[in-house]
Write a new protein. Structure first.
Length: 297
């Protein structure tokens, strides 16, 4: 006997919804399709399974047996799928993820809550470094996915997360403080407060200054965004932050001016080794990130 599960599902939903129309809506099918499924079951078993009662239905004695067996078979199918999910690492396993300090609280922290709700038995092993350092750990196979800034070397594949222009944070009294936008060339006389080694944003800023024909004067380096903002407020120099992050770090003594240099936008992506194996736990993280930012470019 060859009994299709979709026909059993149709029988179960017709009984649960007490009618063909409601079952069709639940299964996203047409009413004739549901009627055909029931008819195929009855033909295969050689006995009526349902009695039509006005707008509702009632199981025949044979239908009651088939209905109960169908519930059991469908539950077994769902259980089998669950075991396969576990085998694939969607319910158990480990996600080895590297995230940079800059922007992760806004972009990735909300994903952790959603990920844990969907796959509570996956352990998340998190590594935190600047993007450049994370790329090294990726190549060494110590993590599967990392947050990094585009462009990335050809050794990596990537999925976009968020693109933001940079804002220039200028100290009190700076002559460009009231302008709508500035270029890097406008800033050559002002000391720069940069990030520590390992932050990909440093590389973007320094490369941009070089293209503009100068080497910036360095006032300080730090890995702490709040401290960098405080140094700007204290008149020690300027800093550059993605607009999203600058908006969260408003300081009354700091001027916030758009940097008119699209080539060094802050373009965060999730990256992995080109051609490397991605576990199902990692693929699930990528899928969740796509859901959260479907229009990322």
């Amino acid at each position: 006997m060859h009994m299709e599960l979709r026909n059993l599902r149709a029988l179960v939903e017709v009984v649960r919804r007490d009618g063909f129309s409601a079952a069709a809506r639940t299964l996203h099918a047409t009413q004739p399709t549901i009627s055909k499924s029931i008819r195929q079951l009855e033909d295969e078993l050689g006995t009526p399974l349902l009695e039509r009662l006005g707008h509702g239905v009632r199981l025949t004695p044979a239908g009651d047996i088939v209905y109960r067996r169908a519930l059991s078979m469908l539950a077994e199918r769902d259980s089998m799928r669950g075991e396969l999910d576990e085998l694939r690492g969607l319910r158990r396993g480990e996600l080895r993820l590297g995230l940079p300090p800059l922007g992760s609280n806004t972009l990735f922290a909300p994903l952790f809550a959603q990920y844990r709700r969907r796959w509570p038995d996956i352990d998340i092993r998190l590594m935190e470094h600047g993007s450049q350092a994370l790329e090294d750990h990726l190549l060494a196979g110590e993590i599967e996915l990392a947050g990094s800034l585009l462009p990335v070397p050809d050794a990596f594949d990537w999925q976009p997360v968020r693109r933001e222009p940079l804002m220039v944070l200028l100290p009190p009294g700076h002559p460009a403080g009231r302008r709508r936008a500035v270029s890097l060339a406008d800033l050559r006389q002002t000391p720069f407060i940069l990030f520590e080694e390992g932050f990909a944003l440093n590389r973007r800023i320094l490369d941009g200054c070089q293209r503009s024909g100068f080497q910036p004067i360095e006032a300080a380096r730090s890995g702490q965004t709040d401290f960098i903002v405080a140094l700007v407020a204290a008149g020690q120099g300027l800093a550059l932050l993605p607009r999203m992050i600058a908006g969260q770090r408003r300081h009354p003594d700091v001027h916030y001016v758009l940097l008119d240099e699209p080539d060094i936008d802050w373009h965060m992506a999730l990256v992995w080794r080109r051609g490397g194996f991605l576990s199902h736990a990692a693929q699930a993280w990528l899928a969740l990130a796509r859901e959260a930012a479907p229009d990322a470019r």
